[in-house]
Design a protein. Structure first.
Length: 191
C-alpha cells in the first residue's frame, strides 16, 4: 500500500507548492500570441494532438505548470522540444504563461471512459497531493482526464529514474510493480 510505504513525505510538497504559488497580480498576464505555439502540440482547443504522449494543459493547476516550465527551462526535466519553448520565455513570463492555461476550461471528454469498479489499493496516498477525484491541487497536477498511455508512461519514467524533477514521485513509483502502475493509470484515466 502506498500510504504505508511513504506516510510522511508529503509535508515538503505542500510547503514547496505554497512557495511556488506566490501572490497573483494583474502583472500575471501574458500576450496570448506569446503562448500560441503551445497549441501546436497541446491543441488549440485544449485537446492534445497526441493525448498518448502529450498532456492536457488547459485547466491544469497553475503551480504545477509554473514548476514544469521552470524545470524544462533549467534542464531539471528532460524534453528537447519543451526545453526550447520554455527557454523562449523569460523567467518573469513563466507564471503568466501558466496562469493563461490554468484559466482555460479543462476539455470535456468526447466519450466517458468506464472507470474500474474497484479503486486500486493505495489511492488514498495519491489523493493527498492530487486531491479527491484526482482534480489536482496546490502541490500536484490534475490527473483525471489525462490518457492512460500518458499516465502510465509518466509513472514508468519516475519509477525508472528517468524523470527526477519530483523526488517524492520517484520514491512512490519505484516500489510499485508494472501491473500496479497500470491499474492506477487505468483507474485515473477513467475518471
Amino acid at each position: 500500500m502506498l500510504n504505508q510505504r511513504f506516510p510522511t513525505i508529503f509535508g515538503a510538497l505542500v510547503i514547496f507548492a505554497g512557495a511556488l504559488a506566490g501572490p497573483t497580480q494583474a502583472a500575471d498576464e501574458i500576450d496570448p500570441a506569446k503562448v500560441q505555439v503551445c497549441g501546436s502540440c497541446h491543441g488549440q482547443n485544449g485537446v492534445p494532438l497526441d493525448p498518448k504522449t502529450m498532456p492536457i494543459i488547459w485547466g491544469q493547476q497553475q503551480n504545477f505548470l509554473v514548476k514544469q516550465l521552470h524545470d524544462y527551462r533549467a534542464g531539471d526535466r528532460d524534453n528537447a522540444i519543451m526545453a526550447t519553448f520554455a527557454k523562449g520565455l523569460k523567467q518573469e513570463e513563466l507564471r503568466p504563461a501558466a496562469a493563461y492555461f490554468a484559466a482555460k476550461a479543462w476539455p470535456a471528454k468526447k466519450e466517458a471512459a468506464a472507470a474500474p469498479a474497484k479503486e486500486p489499493e493505495g489511492m488514498a496516498t495519491c489523493q493527498i497531493c492530487h486531491q479527491k477525484d484526482f482534480v489536482g491541487g496546490a502541490p500536484a497536477p490534475r490527473l483525471a482526464g489525462q490518457s492512460y498511455e500518458y499516465l502510465v508512461e509518466a509513472m514508468r519514467s519516475f519509477a525508472d529514474g528517468e524523470r527526477t524533477n519530483n523526488a517524492d514521485m520517484v520514491k512512490l513509483m519505484q516500489p510499485l510493480s508494472i501491473a500496479e502502475r497500470e491499474a492506477i493509470a487505468r483507474y485515473i484515466s477513467g475518471l
